[in-house]
Design a protein around this ligand. Structure first.
Ligand code: FAD
Length: 491
């Protein structure tokens, strides 16, 4: 009987627990084979607002994965399943066809994905197929660290302290999993047809906009590329991460998010590299390294939240009473925000970076999100959805966590009365205006003094010549309105 490795958001060979388990399971008998599967599920992707940039990134990475798997004589089978609910049945059908008795996969923690996997488990049981789901997305799997009361942490700092203590005292959590063992050549004769699957360049409904082809240049595919980035970042930038991360015009962060979100590289591989560079310290030591590790811990925090509070996967705020906030239904304002035409240069630069490159700087994400929620009073879920539909690194836990943090509806969120002033954020995080100049060409000739708020800084006649919109709202007025709405939200 054979084995099947079902790849999902873990498109890598190295440090892949499920893949390793699947391959070592076979080692005991040479007449058994390991097959790999990837399911193209357009309906599911549509319902989860997967961005075309992400699908394009997956397909490019799948091609790389397929090459590396074929060096190990492991065929990568591609199945397209139109209806999400049919995915488990199609996996079972494939198992029957290939005489597979054991399926391995890494767990995805979102509610719909867990439901899909539970359905697979039930169907498999009836067909005498064993299925093993393994924890691979986090270094510390959800449930392993809890508060004194035995509950999921809802505040980041105690979570982080506990996470660091736990990993320090179980340092083998940073040991990488061995590489998988391949199949013997015989599989090529016995199952030649399984090597014939092609990975499409794109699929209907997820076509990459021609204007955003820079996405492919900015984020080349493959595990070696992810490790090259990590290596360069750790060698050259991580030491200054602490100060550089908030400067919008500087590439001070790792830009690894698409690779981490699609599992081209694991969180463990990232943290291990940083830990070693920090002379085997997770906290303290080099301040830049310690800060960067903390960001990966934020990622783990949001995953633990998904598992502990699954209602966040169901379009509900973490703090349930926050569903009572009265939002503005202003389609025109929302459209202007999406297009980067709000008249607030820093907000527009962020949105245009997203639209033009499929990625956005973290500080810009915070500024535009806060602006949508607290200057336009538009429901954060609309922004969350727009981000997912455009981000190459779209990741439900991080995106939902980030949006709820900005909207003050989440676990350990910003208090509602903390409202970014977009102009002072701009002066602080883009002091020379270089980020704005890059993404908002109408303003490229303005001085670093005028660029942050040209409507106020320039004479009206000069402003008109720019061809740049006037601010759609007055920040000071909206701030008061927002405080009022949030203060009076009914519990
Ligand atoms: P680095 O600064 O180099 O950090 C390394 C890694 O740590 C990142 O790749 C990411 O995996 C993780 N990380 C960093 N910051 C955070 C954070 N605040 N929360 C959770 N994990 C973090 N990140 C996504 O991966 N996908 C998303 O869809 C996403 N949506 C966001 C939406 C909003 C409104 C906000 C405020 C943040 C969002 N983030 C998201 C988090 C963060 O903005 C990105 O992870 C980061 O900008 C990616 O750049 P980087 O890889 O250079 O990060």
């Amino acid at each position: 009987r054979n084995c099947l490795m079902w790849f999902r958001t873990d498109l890598r060979i190295k440090d892949n627990i499920a893949l390793y388990q699947a391959s070592s399971f076979l080692n005991t008998s040479t007449d058994n084979y390991l097959f790999a599967l990837y399911v193209i599920s357009p309906e599911e992707w549509k319902s989860h607002d997967v961005a075309p940039a992400r699908v394009d990134f997956w397909f490019r990475n799948l091609k790389e994965l397929k090459k590396r798997l074929s060096e190990l004589n492991i065929p990568l089978i591609i199945q397209t399943v139109d209806l999400a609910r049919n995915v488990p049945a199609s996996v079972i059908e494939l198992c029957e066809k290939l005489n597979v008795s054991h399926v391995f996969a890494n767990i995805e923690y979102e509610v719909d994905e867990m439901r899909r996997d539970n359905r697979l488990l039930n169907m498999a049981r009836k067909n005498s197929i064993s299925v093993q789901f393994l924890h691979s997305q986090c270094i510390v799997e959800p449930g392993m660290i809890l508060t004194k009361e035995g509950k999921t942490y809802t505040i980041y700092t105690p979570f982080k302290n506990s996470w660091i203590k736990f990993v320090e005292s179980n340092i083998s959590l940073l040991d990488l999993v061995s590489d998988p063992v391949g199949n013997s050549d015989k599989i090529l004769e016995l199952y030649p047809e399984t090597f014939e699957f092609n990975i499409p360049d794109s699929i209907p409904g997820f076509d990459l906009d021609v204007s955003s082809t820079c996405i492919q240049t900015n984020f080349p595919a493959g595990e070696p590329e992810a490790h090259r980035r990590l290596g360069q970042f750790v060698a050259n930038k991580i030491g200054r991460y602490n100060e550089a991360r908030d400067v919008l015009s500087r590439n001070g962060s790792s830009s690894l998010s698409p690779y981490i979100a699609s599992g081209i590289i694991s969180a463990r591989q990232c943290v291990l590299k940083a830990y070693l560079a920090n002379r085997k310290k997770l906290s303290r030591g080099n301040i830049g390294i310690a800060k960067w590790i903390e960001e990966i811990v934020w990622r783990e925090f949001y995953r633990h939240i998904l598992v502990g509070f699954p209602h966040v996967c169901k379009n509900q705020p973490f703090k349930l009473h926050m569903s009572n906030i009265r939002w503005n239904e202003n389609e025109e304002y929302f459209r202007r925000w999406c297009q980067g035409k709000t008249g607030y240069p820093i907000v527009d630069a962020g949105m245009r970076q997203l639209n033009g490159s499929g990625w956005m700087h973290n500080r810009a994400r915070m500024i535009v999100a806060m602006f949508l929620v607290k200057d336009l009073l538009i429901d954060w879920r609309k922004g969350e959805k727009y981000f997912m539909n455009h981000l190459i690194d779209g990741d439900f836990a991080n995106n939902n966590g980030g949006w709820q943090w900005c909207a003050s509806t989440g676990s350990d969120a910003q208090p509602y009365f903390r409202i970014f002033n977009p102009t002072s954020q701009s002066q602080k995080c883009d002091p020379n205006g270089d980020y704005i100049r890059k993404w908002v060409p109408e303003l490229k000739n303005l001085s670093s003094l005028d660029i942050h708020d040209p409507f106020k800084s320039l004479p009206r006649s000069e402003f008109k010549k720019l061809g740049y919109p006037e601010p759609i709202v007055d920040h000071a007025v909206m701030r008061v309105e927002t405080l009022n709405r949030f203060r009076h939200v009914k519990r």
